[in-house]
Design a binder for this molecule. Sequence first.
Ligand code: ZN
Length: 307
Amino acid sequence: MRALVPACLLAASVQASPNALEIDGDMLTAGGRTLRISIAPEIDATRTRMLREWIAEAARASLGAYGRFPLEEATVRISEVDRRSDSPVPWGQTSRRGSVAVLLYVRKGASLEELRADWTAVHELSHLFHPYLGDDGRWLAEGLASYYQNVLRARSGSLGEEEVWRRLDAGFGRGQREGSGLRLDELSPGRRGTMRVYWAGAAYWLERDLALRRAGSSLDDVLSRYSDCCLRGSGAVAPEDFVTQLDRIAGGAGFRDRYREYAASREFPSLDSSYAALGLARSADGGLRFSDRASAVALRRAIMQRR
Ligand SMILES: [Zn+2]
């Protein structure tokens, strides 16, 4: 979910081309799965076409994870709001009552350029990669969407690779400044500590992605297999059951053990080992430096480039 303040081993043979998005009016299909676009009827035809173009681009970006939509069927509903806001998409939300719908509220008059530059649509579409995890699992859910909203926009070419690492680092920095000392699973259900909830969650998924890549797999592969075996659009899944299932799929990748450690942590998790592997370092002026060590360059590229 986006609030007002920043606010809300698939076999290669069966993986569709990431660009295999078919568009037929309001129906987008990829890998045999459908995403339906529903635009509020009061929006005029010219603007409806523009909003369709925007959401098709975001949907295509979401295919950068594993080449198919996560669910057999889902809907994206777009409405417009009058709200004065700096954001072209002041609110987004994933609804799982009955059928699954991504709800996006676009500021009236927001241009295609503004919408393309905004992260909300890719963030909300990334929530479709996981089941509903309840309040306790909010940090896992928001972390996954925050990680993928950045990674997928690098893979789609809408942001440069280094820019995306900077955005992730800036997010981690915002999370690190949250100093309540509460456990992450105490912060997760409430309205407090949003930045630590989102970005400690993103750090968790980055860390698991790196662990999987060391073993020749990736988070994309594991989520793809989860989509095939287990993902349901509605109905809650206990967060610990979700991560246990990911361990089962990955053949043991520390999802559950690290989940427990993160949930109990009272401060932002250390990024040291992730940054060392990625060849990232914060400089004194707050910028991010990139090592040219071959293994680090290859790892950063593997995460940010479309397969
Ligand atoms: Zn969210």
